[in-house]
Write a protein that binds this ligand. Sequence first.
Ligand SMILES: [Zn+2]
Length: 146
Amino acid sequence: MSADPDFPLPDVTWPPAQPFWAAAAQRELRLPRCDSCMTLNAAGETACRRCDGSTFTWERLSGDGTLYSWTYVRRAFLPQFAGEVPFLTGLVGVVEDPAVRLATRLVECEPGDLRIDLPVEVVFTALPFPGGAAPVLAPYFRPRSA
Ligand SMILES: [Zn+2]
């Protein structure tokens, strides 16, 4: 376990995911598309999941997705989350390729509102941890209204 009190914050400077966090800071959802086979990949990958290619173009996505799975967290497993419980966390597949899923928070909803394949949309939210000079915006998702 890290001794860093800011432990839950992602490292927004880690090169394989830096474009993801830079886009989120601009309220844009971007993921890497392989330059060789055009497959969309998750942020943080250093090789394409289909062809093992290593060059990508970071594509701006619609921000729409579908709910793949979720859980309702009632107990904080890390002390930094003690003020956050209860909350909903889940896996959201992006509409551009539902096989690419983001681990995220689900907001503006209750557990009873959720179902598999529920249409959701991105909403950028500052992570609730003290950090560096600027807050870190993360892509959370809420049920899509229409
Ligand atoms: Zn590829």
